[in-house]
Design a protein around this ligand. Structure first.
Ligand code: SAH
Length: 474
């Protein structure tokens, strides 16, 4: 059967939204199919204009609302409905927490096949801050901003096409201009707005994402809980004189920027991983405090974006690890070594593994900064580096803490964990579906005994989950 064109797809009338799917989109059932409807809420009755129809599922957008869910709240951000950032603002925070908890439990029982009788499920750790909780945002300059449907329909002349904001979900070439973002504390918005108007009034060109040309390309703002600020301005072309004047002007307007970097990126992609940001003003690092530890944050360092909740997450991981001071612990996917450093005083030694070399360098620096002497960091791909030879050399693990990316762990890594004989595994994950899959793969040797989710990203569907598994002894 040929796929129908978008405009030929039907309108589904008076559909009742019944739940929320794993990726955070609301769902309804029509006949034997599931329909995904972004920005709807369970309890809404809406007409849905289909945008996609497949054999097993359909997707559409709200065309008309007949009944709004009693549970809805008014979204506080003007960009709600377009921005990919906070798609759950129309749901009260308590409902967001319930849905996240349910998502984690559903994944564990359906995919992970865990028994809720054997595994204690603790309530999700809530976030005190539900706005302005992020410590890093990256904005994109575009000479051609995304126009809303209303702007296009009004046929009025569009005066300003410049954008400094976020990519519209699924559109690499379209950038939504951000008026105010509720994710990062001030002066994040003030800096972005100032830079945008400075650039326009100075006649500087904004990036063209189709031709990859233009002067101003990206703006990265990072902050710490104490309020320290780092700004990285990314230029698409080198023009030392103009860059210098711009950075001096930015710094004189925002003297609270302790660390100001710039980088020229004339490549096809916007990744900074192979580029070296240049320090223009101030110090090269910020420092985040976590309990008694200090962590260095450079322009390219990886650090959890919600530091308050990251601290709670690490406390849970430490608690689940059940350390007495005698254990050899492996911290897989260690990033900049934060978990390894955090638990080091409770263990005999900690081995952290991570494939980004620069992150491993930061991990070693973090350990040194905190006078930690019982950590070893190794760079390399997990499936290759985490092997029997390494375990013979560094010691067999008593406890393995693992915090893989969204895709979860490679089956070979799961095999090595089983072979390692570790008594305890603490599995930290930002994707409960792949976490549940991996737990199922571990199930002949390890049994989950307790789990707890942590809300790191209020107003979004994202959830972090920590599971403690114990070795099954026959
Ligand atoms: N535990 C850290 C970071 C977790 S994010 C923290 O709490 O801050 C996951 C990390 O896994 C990233 O740093 C990523 O670079 C690393 N990673 C992803 N795939 C990997 C692989 N195949 N081998 C080793 N590390 C990998």
């Amino acid at each position: 059967m040929s796929r129908k064109k978008k405009k030929d797809l039907p309108l589904l009338e008076k559909v009742e939204i019944t739940g929320v799917a794993a990726e955070g989109k609301a769902i309804a059932r029509v006949g034997d199919k599931v329909v995904f409807v972004p920005f709807a809420a369970p309890g809404d009755v809406v007409d849905v204009k289909l945008t996609r129809s497949r054999r097993k599922f359909m997707e559409g957008r709200i065309q008309q609302i007949h009944k709004l869910s009693a549970d809805r709240v008014e979204p506080f951000c003007v960009h709600f409905g377009i921005c990919g950032g906070c798609r759950w603002q129309h749901l009260p925070y308590e409902t967001q927490l319930e849905l996240k908890q349910q998502q984690v439990v559903d994944n564990m029982t359906r995919i992970g096949k865990i028994s809720t009788v054997q595994c204690a499920i603790r309530p999700i750790e809530r976030s005190e801050k539900t706005t302005f909780y992020r410590n890093k945002l990256e904005f994109t300059f575009s000479e051609k901003r995304w126009l809303t449907k209303e702007e296009i329909d009004s046929k009025a002349e569009v005066k300003d096409m410049h954008a400094l904001g976020f990519h519209v979900p699924g559109r690499f070439d379209k950038v939504m201009d951000v008026e105010k973002c509720w994710l990062q504390p001030e002066p994040s918005n003030a800096i972005r707005q100032w830079l945008k108007s400075y650039a326009i009034s100075s006649g500087l060109s904004f990036f063209n994402l189709s031709t990859n040309e233009g002067f101003l390309r990206n703006l990265i703002i990072r902050n710490t809980l104490k309020g320290e600020l780092m700004v990285v301005v990314v230029f698409g072309e080198d023009n030392p004189k103009v860059i210098k004047v711009l950075l001096e002007s930015l710094h004189s307007h925002f003297p609270e920027i302790q660390s100001l970097f710039y980088v020229v990126n004339a490549k096809q992609n916007s990744s900074l991983s192979d580029l070296n940001p240049i320090l223009a003003k101030g110090k090269p690092f910020l420092e985040e405090l976590m309990g008694t530890l200090r962590f260095r944050i450079g322009p390219k360092s990886f650090f959890q974006t919600n530091a308050v909740q990251a601290h709670k997450l690490y406390e849970i991981a430490l608690d689940f690890a059940g350390l007495t001071g005698k254990e050899t612990v492996y911290d897989l996917y260690t990033g900049a070594g934060t978990i390894a450093c955090f638990i080091s005083s409770a263990a005999d030694k900690v081995i952290g593994i991570e494939y980004i070399e620069e992150a491993v360098v930061h991990a070693r620096e973090n350990a040194a900064l905190n006078n930690i002497t019982n950590t070893t960091f190794i760079a390399g791909d997990m499936a290759r580096v985490f092997n029997t030879e390494l375990m013979d050399r560094c010691g067999r693990p008593h406890v393995i803490i693992t915090d893989p990316p969204r895709a979860g762990m490679h089956p070979d890594v799961i095999g090595r964990i089983i072979e390692s004989g570790a008594d305890t595994i603490v599995y930290v994950s930002c994707n409960p579906a792949t976490q549940a899959r991996d737990i199922q793969l571990l199930s002949a040797s390890y049994r989950p005994v307790v789990m707890q989710a942590v809300d790191m990203f209020p107003q979004t569907h994202h959830v972090e989950n920590v599971v403690k598994l114990e070795r099954i002894r026959n």
